[in-house]
Design a protein around this ligand. Structure first.
Ligand code: 6PG
Length: 485
């Protein structure tokens, strides 16, 4: 009788095959399956056979090849394919078996699937997997959540295959029940969107205000990567700036069409922020910026019609580059503050017991947003798990206060010279709003009460007491019922 496999990998596209090999590198025997038998053949031919991996072309054979409780890791396209596969798997499984979904699934789907499979005596885990192909092959960041009874059966394999920090700590930890793992991955991606957008804005300012070429920017990004902005995304941007197009001899980045794609996770993050009432404008602006980039033809036509100010900057260029660095760091802090604020609101909404220090810990390595300052974020939440906002922690408060003069100069320069910087300016507006003990929402409340008798609270009365004014003298004295959307 052949030896049963430790874990099943279902789906052999780039992420699935890379994870299967990573799992095998760590001493586990995987069985693999794909709905495309030719894909199984290709994988077995190229790597599987030499490693004694079990290749299967029938789902029943795949399931039968696994030790119990079975651990089946799906790396397939998110959405209906996951439901279809679950439906085919369930009749083949036994109580206690575990299905893992490692795709970028929507957390609402994961909440539903965990409940469905638990009702059948099975276990379901939705895990964030970050780091792309390279990460999957040699160490991703993993954000598992779902049926907590599954975790003791997964912990060692997840820790073994995950990215490791210098001290050996794995970038993997149990996030929480139900859809928590996929939610955390989604917020990771929302932050990824704003990190990327703000780096692009820094590039735009260096290009348009300071007349710098990508080759001029490469050493700047490299130097930034040595300091407090140290991160994977800054590192790859430095690399990107140095690439030359073989066809034209131009910097490759300048030959790339300025329309950004997206698969939806940034949009979901923003939608969820709206759903749970969390202010996450910097992340949302990054999504809108991608939408704006997509209307290329319309923008090209508008550029012929609409004019802006003179773009040239006549100040000290080196000082401006340093200002941009500081603006980027302060904006980045606000974007992460928003991401963690969103996680906190969602934890309340969905009854998840999220450990923010542990989440920042996972994100320190392997994932796309890995960055030096995630160590500081972890420390901040480890010190105070109930920290309402990162900006209130001494490290980040000091960092933002130190950078804010530069940050304001940069946003002002972008605004006065007409260089769009939606994420950096929204981050500054977020900071200024959050530190305001009085916002102009009193005017909104007066307007709402004026036109709709929606009532308002008063500064000289306890919270929760509502007042209505007959503003025009001819309205009624009856107020509309108070409710919050
Ligand atoms: C990761 C990434 C990854 C994501 C891509 C593309 O953590 O490895 O977030 O999961 O799919 O970055 O995302 P967009 O197509 O939405 O830009």
């Amino acid at each position: 009788m052949t030896k049963k496999a430790d874990i099943g990998m279902l789906g052999l596209a780039v992420m699935g095959r890379s994870l299967a090999l990573n799992i095998n590198d760590h001493g586990y025997l995987p069985a693999v399956y794909s709905i495309d038998p030719a894909e199984v053949d290709r994988f077995m031919e190229a790597e599987g056979r030499a490693r004694n991996i079990t290749g299967t072309k029938e789902l029943a054979d795949f399931v039968a090849a696994l030790k119990r409780p079975r651990r089946i890791w799906m790396m397939i396209r998110a959405g209906s394919p996951v439901d279809e596969m679950i439906e085919k798997l369930v009749p083949l499984l036994d109580k206690g078996d575990i299905i893992i979904d490692g795709g970028n699934s929507n957390y609402h789907d994961t909440i539903r699937r965990v409940a469905l499979l638990e009702s059948k005596g099975l276990r379901f885990v939705g895990t964030g997997v970050s780091g792309g192909e390279e990460g999957a092959r040699h160490g991703p960041a993993l954000m598992p959540g779902g049926s907590s009874a599954a975790w003791p059966h997964l912990e060692s394999v997840f820790s073994d295959i995950a990215a490791k920090l210098k001290d050996g700590t794995p970038c993997s930890d149990w996030v929480g029940q139900s859809g928590a793992g996929h939610y955390v991955k989604m917020v990771h991606n929302g932050i990824e969107y704003s990190d990327m957008q703000m780096i692009a804005e820094a590039y735009a300012m260096m290009k348009h205000l300071l007349g710098m070429s990508p080759a001029d920017m490469q050493p700047v990004f490299k130097a930034w990567n040595e300091g407090e902005l140290n991160s994977y995304l800054i590192e790859i941007t430095a690399d990107i700036m140095g690439h030359v197009d073989e066809e034209t001899g131009q910097p490759l980045v300048e030959m790339i069409l300025d329309t950004a794609g997206q698969k939806g996770t940034g949009k979901w993050t923003s939608q969820s922020a709206l759903d749970v009432g969390a202010p996450a404008p910097t992340i949302a602006e990054a999504v809108f910026a991608r939408f704006m980039s997509a209307v290329k033809e319309e923008r090209v036509a508008a550029a012929q019609v609409l004019s802006g100010p003179d773009i040239t900057f006549s100040g000290d260029k080196a000082a401006m580059v340093e200002d941009i660095r500081q603006a980027l760091f302060a904006s980045k802090i606000c974007s992460y503050a928003q991401g963690f604020q969103l996680l906190r609101y969602a934890a309340g909404e969905y009854n998840w017991n999220l450990n923010y220090g542990a989440i920042a810990g996972i994100w320190r390595g392997g994932c796309i947003i890995r960055a030096g300052f995630l160590y500081n974020i972890k420390e901040a939440f480890d010190e105070n798990a109930d920290l309402p906002n990162l900006l209130l922690h001494p490290f980040f408060k000091e960092a933002v206060e130190r950078s804010q003069a530069a940050w304001r100069r940069v946003v002002a320069a972008a605004v006065t010279r007409g260089v769009p910087a939606p994420s950096m300016s929204s981050a500054l507006a977020y900071f200024d709003s959050y530190r305001s003990d009085r916002l102009p929402a009193n005017v909104l409340q007066a307007q709402r009460d004026y036109f709709g008798a929606h009532t308002y609270e008063r500064i000289d009365q306890p919270r929760g007491r509502f007042f209505h004014t007959n503003w025009t003298g001819h309205g009624g004295n009856v107020s509309a019922t108070t409710y919050t959307a």
